[in-house]
Ligand binder design. Structure first.
Ligand SMILES: [Zn+2]
Length: 229
């Protein structure tokens, strides 16, 4: 009886946040998965292309984490992505995934609030990437995603010449000359929480404890588990 009473007094265990990591279209180091180690409150599935968006994501996923580089061209895949985002579920766009769907205007303008140009587009030149760059990165906003996240000194791959929406809320900046100034932002999308982090090319960044904290925070916030400020 005593045991039963004790059990009843225990708070109900929170349901884990269902995370789908989308991969495919770009190689990456296995160290990437270390970012998610030891987080029992996340139930993580890795779903690469071409199966990534084949199902109705709303039924299985709370937060999409993108670490792919692909254009979603199938009508049903686009429909599933749209439905997922319009339902209010969150998304975290990591590093090379900023180049996903770089010609899908709704995607880069409304949802991501940024765009890595894989090629020239009218007057806009293609964006550039440069690996093995030392980057001093500093927070420039007050936001739940930055809770416990201080300045970082990373050895990472920089991107330059991206289009970043003036409506995006910049979270992190760097002064590295081979990089755009903004390296993380909250997108202007108002139907769900979308966070973009340019950083995250290889093992050095994947293993950085501050970077890991940042990614964890973004997933929790995208899932609606961190209070807004
Ligand atoms: Zn990279």
């Amino acid at each position: 009886m005593l045991l039963l009473t004790a059990l009843l007094l225990l708070p109900l265990a929170a349901e884990p946040i269902r995370v789908q990591i989308t991969t495919g279209g770009h190689p990456y180091d296995l160290s990437f998965y270390g970012i998610f180690e030891g987080q029992g409150d996340l139930a993580i599935t890795v779903n690469p292309h071409p199966s990534a968006y084949r199902r109705d994501l709303r039924k299985f996923v709370d937060v999409l984490v993108l670490y792919n580089l692909a254009d979603t061209e199938g009508e049903s895949e686009r429909k599933n992505l749209r439905a997922f985002l319009e339902s209010g579920r969150g998304m975290v766009v990591l590093h090379h995934a900023i180049a996903d769907n770089w010609q899908w205007k709704w995607w880069y303008e409304e949802v991501v609030g940024g765009r890595f140009l894989m090629d020239q587009d009218g007057a806009m030149r293609r964006s550039t990437a440069r690996n093995n760059e030392v980057m001093a990165v500093r927070p420039v906003a007050k936001h739940p995603v930055l809770e416990g996240v201080g300045a970082m000194r990373l050895d990472d791959e920089t991107y330059k010449g991206m289009w970043i929406s003036p409506r995006s809320r910049v979270l992190l900046e760097t002064d590295n000359p081979t990089s755009d100034k903004a390296v993380a932002w909250i997108s202007p999308y108002d139907k769900s929480r979308v966070v973009v982090i340019q950083l995250g090319h290889g093992p050095k960044t994947h293993r950085d404890p501050v970077y890991r904290k940042l990614v964890r925070n973004t997933i929790l916030w995208a899932a609606g588990k961190l209070n807004d400020q």
